[in-house]
Design a protein around this ligand. Sequence first.
Ligand SMILES: NC(=O)c1ccc[n+]([C@@H]2O[C@H](COP(=O)([O-])OP(=O)(O)OC[C@H]3O[C@@H](n4cnc5c(N)ncnc54)[C@H](O)[C@@H]3O)[C@@H](O)[C@H]2O)c1
Length: 363
Amino acid sequence: MIIGVPKEIKTRETRVAVRPDGVKKLVDCGHTVLVEKNAGWLSGYDDAAYKSSGATIIDHPDGIWEKASLIVKVKEPLDSEYKYFRPDLNIFTYLHLASVPELAEALCKNKVTAIGYETVETDDHQLPLLIPMSEVAGRVAGQVGTYLLHKNHGGKGLLLGGVTGTRPGNVVVIGGGYVGLNAAEVTMGLRADTTIIDISDEKLKYIEKKYEGRIRAVRSTPESIKEWVTKADLLVGAILVAGDRAPHVVKQSHVAAMSHGSVIVDVAIDQGGCVETIRQTSHDAPTYEAHGVIHYAVPNMPALTPHTSTEALTTATFPYALKIANEGVMNALEKDRVLAKGLQTMGGKVTLPVLAKLFPNLA
Ligand SMILES: NC(=O)c1ccc[n+]([C@@H]2O[C@H](COP(=O)([O-])OP(=O)(O)OC[C@H]3O[C@@H](n4cnc5c(N)ncnc54)[C@H](O)[C@@H]3O)[C@@H](O)[C@H]2O)c1
């Protein structure tokens, strides 16, 4: 199979989808791997490393997209890449189609087979290809939030952990999954007063048991969200309803009641965000202010730490990419029900039930 690894083009995206050691394994199995010039540079892998692993380095994305039957990427294809879509093209990448309907339409119109990392799901409902980036984004959320609270970054000028005789900051995390727990561990480590709000009783019990009161666990209701959000210095949005748009559980009135210079980091922005006042930002212009509150909503936060993120991501994704290459897309999907959960578009239709509900015209 010809496998293409284009350079990522989302704003300041720094990750690469396949490392040189992955290229070597693919080539050893008889595949041809085309890697775009400088695709791995920002993650610490130069073209020479790819070449010596057996890759062919291609100068222009045309030469990758037009020749490869399997494209392995990190972020969803952007507008300028839709022209490469065609019926015999297979794409394996993050897609987050719930928040990009025009991509869902372009994939369906051109009958592309697209498998999204974020919905590959094990029998016990874990999302193994989302988890590593959620861990990174959660930790980054704690760090970014801390930084944005500094006065010179627009925040209220609060040291999250406080010092002797002062109050620590209030951190409220909505959604206690991989993002939420990692964000909370960072802010707890800084000695901030940290609360996680989650809808799952099982999750709340887990948090109580694991952190023994160092992180407060609160059941998610409209009332509890209002109570805790309005006193938050740092609010982290970390809800996920797999494949679906995130619900806007934090209302505009809650944001308006937060004190001036507070910070919202809505990590769930890739699924639309869980705050009514949120809109997508980018690494070039990461924040804006609404109701006196700093909003941060960058959909590719792990791009801030490519050395860590590429290693963590590709360790999780590569075995599936190898399986698709070795067995062929259809065979791999038939044989592996975990991978099959990742299938989002095929033959001109959206195949994932939650997306079919969102986009009935494409189902
Ligand atoms: N912006 C980025 O760079 C970036 C990077 C990685 C992940 N993400 C996104 O972060 C989000 C969270 O991912 P995750 O891996 O932590 O998901 P997860 O499934 O591990 O956790 C989600 C949590 O949300 C909880 N939840 C669902 N509905 C809720 C509600 N109404 N109130 C409170 N809690 C609720 C669930 O019980 C669960 O514990 C996803 O949208 C994911 O795509 C974004």
